[in-house]
Design a protein around this ligand. Structure first.
Ligand code: PHE
Ligand code: FE
Length: 297
């Protein structure tokens, strides 16, 4: 642990046992406490996605999975991954119990620390669970932290989050949509075809197929204000995916000061998740087949 390691504040009884909790939500990864079933859940999910993702996930993601050795058998130790990650891009994984308050999450990212839920889902939750677990956080998010441009984007996002937090809830909502439609559910148009880079997709078997193969959802070229003003769904597969051309494009597009953009967007109504707008660069106009009709988030 380095000087960034936060002060331990107390031992806390959590749903999953009695563990020390630090002021920033960080815990020790209780690696020896994982059951045989926990390790089997990891191995099962890993194998399923590793077989599905070649030709679907972008090559930077797949390269990261291999470089970390995420399929070496059983749940990886964060300390081992951190040796690889620290050397590559200076990021560090920290174990957490679950979702953190926004400002704590942003502070971690701004300091190149990525919070990973230490616990893994149960065998009857392989296809869906409502909160992020170890498989989503680690398999989904961490491989791309080895990519220098994406690694810098994540840190810039953390800094931007601190700023948006100070501006107000509408700014924060605009920024959250950006995270949702890039980090969680982003697609990238490569020379070899459309590929996935979003963590919410690569950690889901169903959505890894749906997002590329289904005619139902829209696939639309990324635009900063377009994304920041578009609502999203948390209860179904996405109705629209936004497509970047490269990680450099994403990094450059998000470089400007967002303060005037937040002010401008505040005066405009948000778009529904399913909308296609004049001016969109449309890769696929969705058929909307099977779309839920209830309200977006
Ligand atoms: N440029 C943004 C701002 O000024 C910060 C940011 C960078 C946000 C990258 C998201 C991603 O607020
Ligand atoms: Fe996530």
């Amino acid at each position: 642990m380095d000087h960034n390691t936060p002060r331990k504040i107390e031992h806390q009884q959590t749903d999953r046992g009695y563990i020390p909790v630090y002021a920033t939500g960080v815990v020790e990864q209780p690696w020896s406490g994982y059951s045989r079933t926990d390790h089997e859940v990891w191995d099962t999910l890993y194998k399923r996605q590793r077989e599905l993702l070649p030709g679907r996930a972008c090559k930077e993601f797949l390269a990261g999975v291999e470089r970390f050795g995420l399929g070496d058998g059983g749940i990886p130790k964060f300390a081992d991954l951190n040796k690889v990650l620290g050397k590559a891009t200076g990021w560090e994984l920290v174990a957490v119990e679950g979702l953190l308050p926004d400002e704590v999450f942003f502070d971690h990212l701004a300091n190149r620390r990525f919070p990973v839920s230490w616990w893994i889902r149960k065998p009857d939750q392989l296809d869906y669970l409502s909160e992020p677990d170890l498989f989503h956080d680690l398999f989904g998010h961490v491989p791309l932290l080895l990519n220098p441009v994406f690694a810098d984007y994540m840190q810039a996002y953390g800094r931007g989050g601190m700023k948006a937090f100070g501006i107000g809830p509408e700014a924060l909502m605009n920024l959250t949509r950006l995270y949702w439609y890039t980090v969680e559910f982003g697609l990238i148009d490569t020379g070899e075809g459309m590929r996935i880079y979003g963590a919410g997709i690569v950690s889901s078997k169903g959505e890894s197929i749906y997002c590329l193969d289904s005619p139902a959802p829209n696939r639309i070229g990324f635009g900063l204000e377009r994304v920041m003003s578009t609502r999203y769904r948390i209860d179904t597969y996405q109705q629209t995916y936004f497509v970047i051309d490269s990680f450099e494009q994403l990094f450059e597009a998000t470089h400007p000061d967002f303060t005037p953009i937040y002010a401008k967007l505040r005066a405009e109504p948000a778009h529904a998740a399913a909308d296609v707008l004049d001016g969109d660069r449309v890769f696929n106009r969705g058929t909307r087949e099977g779309f839920a009709t209830g309200a977006d988030t």
